[in-house]
Design a binder for this molecule. Sequence first.
Ligand code: ACO
Length: 702
Amino acid sequence: MSDLKYLFEPRGVAIIGASHNPEKIGYQVVDNIKNGGYRGGIYPVNPRGGRVAGIDACGSIFEVVGDVDIAVIAVPAVHVFDTVKGCARKNVKHLVIITSGFSEIGNTSEEKRIVAFARDHGMRVLGPNIFGIYSAKARLNATFGPQDIRPGGVSIVTQSGAIGISMIGKSKIENIGLASIVSVGNKSDIDEADLLEYIMDQDDSKMVLMYIEGIVRGEHLVEALVKATKKKPVVVIKSGRSKRGAMAAASHTGSLAGTDEVFDDIVKQCGVIRAEKIDEALDLCRFLADAPKPTGNSSVIITNGGGVGVMAADASEKYGVGLYDNQVALRDAFGGEVPDFGSTKNPVDLTGAATAKDYDGALGVALKDKRIGSVICLGCETSMFDAEKFAGVVTKKYDAYKKKKPIVFSVFGGEAVEKGISRLRREGIPIFGDVYDAVSCMGALYSYHRDREHNSGVIPEVNFDERAVKGIVGAAKAKGRHFLFAHEAQEIMGAVGITVPRSRVARDIDTAVKCAQDIGYPVAMKVVSKEIIHKSDVGGVLLDLDNDDEVLAAYESIMHSCREAVPNAHIEGVEVAEMVQSGVETIVGARRDRAFGPIVMFGLGGIYVEVMKDVSFRVYPLSTVEAMSMISETKTYPLLLGVRGDERKDIDSVVSAIMKLGAVIKGCPDISDIEINPLMVYDQGQGIKAVDVRILLGGDNS
Ligand code: ACO
């Protein structure tokens, strides 16, 4: 249960640092609260007393007579801690610290001191470094942003103050109503996940838009997102699409797990809709806050132009909007509305001769027909197309059906059309100049409802021999190593139940031959040395050795090349291993992500992993259904299904390997990365083989 009720519905608000100067933030906050229609107690606090924005100011918080649920703090950073101490004595519940000058400029200790004190005294901290909070429910505009905010159904949580303030302005012009907008700034205490947990249960909020820059408590955010998206749509804009975090990574999983790739897949896992641009996000907000659930799985496109119709069909494929394709039903339904030279196929083409009346007829049919789940209505300016009359039809149909069936409009043309679009948008109608913008909104609506109904399945319990794994890892760490040797990694595979090629380490040439005979020809040989990580690069790997003579020669060649290339290396011996039969080469990995905790990866394996980048990620734990979806969204998936007459491969074993690696990372904090490449996948029922296993030890690697 979230404890943020009084942040959104305070009974009294003190503004500490309420300035007499209208140019100052402390004044503007008081003025906004007063003019926003807040009905609780408004208590400006200024040591000089007087009146601020027409309200009597108290000399200190102790002079305030009523209860104070929120203290908005707008005094310089050096005074914030003392102010917070006063708030504790006044039993304030929430501190909204607008002041900048804390962790964002390296003053982290002062920020920590304030938060620790606040938490010790039962207060929660929003900020610092924020523009404040707006809550429609309380008619509270405790921000220094624009004054009149339009109340409505969209809740915005933003890490960037400037973007948040701009969004208030933009939502006003676009006539998008807000249920709340909260600035989280430095997220010293209250973060996006806390706010989401509160907002998801508020009926006045129909959807949530989040602007995120950096993620700190990723596991908490994932939990909140999973719960929230079951209740309402969540759109996320995340900036900072950099690969910086991945640069230093020592495994493929690490280098492929750039912050953005991981984030993208994880938000998908949580059922979140991701927007790249602010305008796109606001369009989604307007549409998703009001749109009813589609009445069926597929949509009908109505157009007066073949070209835009085809573009909309392409966009529908791109954004996952199914198109209704029962040709007989379409002919029956639209036959009376479409001229002989038009088309009743979907897109329904009314032709360039279409008038507003024709649109009225065709839209009427599409909106009434129960088999049609939603409507995409397109128009191109022609001499027959009267923008004014068309706008009249749009308004009439939208008003009549806005609660019954989703509909989006896109019109393309000159000045009259552009003016019409602006006017209709201001009225809250989802109309766009670009076809793709219209269809992407419809796609987001379908995707939201699909994800909501999608049963993400049960998370299975994964057991493995934890003692054995920890024993191997502990021994390696005791020797100061940050990785495991191949044979140790193989032992770990044994402990978790993933098959590896038969192999043994030989410490002299005669034993190498004996090992090869025992394993059976052909064999592979690899150098074992903690100083040599990239074995092939120094001639430390030889494959397809067919007899004793080849093994003898290989042993000498490996020793010679490795000693020459890395003279100081301590060579423990040579690993002699079974040559593995070919199968589909995949990669399976797991690592501890700094923000999200344990994550798992699946993709196309082999030496071109980082070139092809055909990988997907999920947070662990996950259900087998989710693991399947992770596999099926890669381009490698058809290879596992069997192409050109090939048998289907053992996908269940791959799912099981993903689960096992995730469980090892979660259960053994000393392991930071674990990766199998290639993981050979054989025909259904024939299992998998972990050919090369790399395990890194240590803490976070992101
Ligand atoms: N208790 C009560 N009032 C006090 C106290 C106190 N302990 N100390 C000072 N005051 C009063 C002052 O007397 C003054 O009132 P006055 O103008 O009537 O004399 C008022 O509080 C403000 O104090 P100033 O010292 O004038 O501080 P100023 O207003 O210049 O700056 C502020 C304070 C706004 C908090 C500043 O330090 C700051 O951090 N600015 C940046 C804020 C920001 O950008 N936040 C991120 C927003 S998000 C985005 O990027 C858009």
